[in-house]
Write a protein that binds this ligand. Structure first.
Ligand SMILES: Nc1nc2c(ncn2[C@@H]2O[C@H](COP(=O)(O)OP(=O)(O)OP(=O)(O)O)[C@@H](O)[C@H]2O)c(=O)[nH]1
Ligand SMILES: [Mg+2]
Length: 438
């Protein structure tokens, strides 16, 4: 999306773009003040500032303008008198509604999805996050292209690039699709590298931090794993995934991952372009749903997170809600697990819970290993919970009673792949011998 449309300046610019916010309450409801407050924060996170607010209650959206035409004229007059050129709506608008509103108000009209896309664009730091957001923006823009030709200049559309018989719109659509294919290829290469790294860790119990944006996920990762992820009082501070090892008291470790936060009506195009970023959530053994206990909307936001987890196929994974920010006076204990990622309060209890969940997920068995080198012993000790490890001094064989994270078959495959010279005769925990070597 070109600078002419990309909503706001970079957040590092000194002058913030001044914005009029339009809130619309539908179905006879009142204007929701906490939703309005969230919109103001979204505008700020994109690098703008709300200088005027207008609200309207109506039963259903107007097909032409979303709001009534009279209200749209009121916005036009207000924008002119306040010298404002940007109007943000707290709902999603159809391309036709945006065009009609822009024509009538002579302002740039931004809907909720475009605003969230703008924040992601401002916040993206890594090359892959930048590519993902560009993909989502083009996906959002494609159906809106007619009448927006000049917005494609960043994609390289320009004089002399039109093929015979093509309209400018067709050229723009073609260019947009070509760019999408090229981004998808680049992302596929990046994602396959990430998959290799991920498969190296797949023996470990994995814990994903998921939650509404700004709930404190990154702060919690930093607290649990002494990581140095950027945490900020800003919506969508995190757009990439960071995974760190958490050493558990009493031995063993798990992988904890922090990733992009959720919000109400997270745009579909973002969910699809960030799909692989969210793999750590989808493939987790345990999801810690991090909730802000001091947020007056905490319960509805937890419901939104649960709904979003369903949308990314992570709804059936074992999940525990962690009520964060319990140090704040306005926090309210909604459950047994209250923590403060900031002060460390309650973190021991959380680590205990992770340890218990990990233990519950283990498959217990006895392994008989004919030749056990120090290397293999180390691998077993770091990748399982060892209950007993007995070595026969005469033969060098060992018998190990241990709990495996991914079951015996996984261990067999792993040994066959990486330690082909070794032989393992597994038995069930009850002592019944299973035949076979790997
Ligand atoms: N008082 C208090 N503040 C906290 C706590 N945990 C996080 N915060 C603050 O909440 C804000 C958001 O924290 P982050 O860790 O960036 O939140 P996040 O969930 O990672 O947010 P996104 O990456 O934007 O989705 C920061 O200002 C943190 O300092 C806590 O336990 N207590
Ligand atoms: Mg974060």
């Amino acid at each position: 999306m070109s600078n002419s449309r990309t909503l706001f300046r970079s957040i590092t610019d000194e002058v913030l773009e001044q914005v009029m916010l339009v809130s619309v309450a539908l179905n006879g409801s009142e204007i929701d003040t906490s939703r309005e407050a969230e919109m103001i924060r979204l505008v700020e996170s994109a690098g703008g500032v709300v200088v005027h607010r207008i609200g309207q209650r109506r039963n259903r959206p107007d097909g032409g303008y979303f709001i009534g035409k009279g209200k749209a004229e009121e916005i036009a007059a207000m924008a002119e008198s306040m010298d404002l050129t940007t109007v943000v709506f707290d709902h999603n608008l159809s391309p036709g509604q945006v065009n009609r509103l822009e024509e009538l108000t002579k302002c740039k009209v931004i809907d909720r999805t475009e605003l969230i896309l703008a924040i992601f664009a401002v916040q993206a730091r890594t090359p892959q996050a930048k590519l993902r957001i560009e993909l989502a923006q083009i996906g959002y823009m494609l159906p809106r292209l007619s009448g927006m030709w000049h917005h494609l200049d960043r994609l390289g559309a320009g004089i002399g690039t039109r093929g015979p018989g093509e309209t400018q719109l067709e050229v723009d659509r073609r260019r947009a699709r070509t760019r999408m294919v090229s981004i998808e290829k680049k992302l596929a290469a990046i994602d396959s590298g990430a998959k290799v790294r991920h498969s190296r860790r797949e023996e470990m119990f994995s814990v994903a931090l998921a939650g509404y944006t700004n709930a404190g996920k990154s702060t919690l990762l930093n607290r649990l794993c002494q990581a140095d992820v950027r945490s900020e009082d800003r919506l969508f501070a995190t757009l990439d995934t960071t995974s760190r090892r958490l050493e558990l008291p009493g031995g063993g470790s798990v992988i904890v991952s922090d990733t992009v936060g959720f919000i109400e009506k997270l745009p579909k195009s973002l969910l699809s372009s960030f799909r692989s970023t969210l793999d750590v959530v989808r493939e987790a053994d345990l999801i810690l749903l991090v909730a802000d206990a001091a947020d007056s909307d905490r319960l509805s936001r937890v419901a939104i997170v649960v709904d979003t987890l369903g949308k990314i196929d992570a709804g059936s994974i074992d999940r525990v809600t962690v009520w964060n920010k319990c140090d704040l006076p306005e926090s309210s204990g909604n459950g047994t697990l209250s923590v403060s990622a900031l002060t460390g309060e309650g973190i021991d209890g959380l680590v205990d819970l992770i340890r218990t969940k990990r233990r519950e997920a283990l498959a217990w068995c006895t392994l008989k290993i004919n030749i056990c080198t120090g290397d293999l012993e180390y691998w077993i000790r770091t990748n399982s919970i060892v209950d007993s490890f007995v070595r026969n001094e005469n033969t060098g064989a060992v018998e190990v009673v241990c709990g495996l994270y991914r079951g015996l078959n996984h261990l067999k495959k792993r040994l066959a792949r990486e330690r082909p010279g070794w032989s393992v005769v597994p038995m069930s925990a009850q002592g019944q011998v299973e035949r076979g070597t790997s």
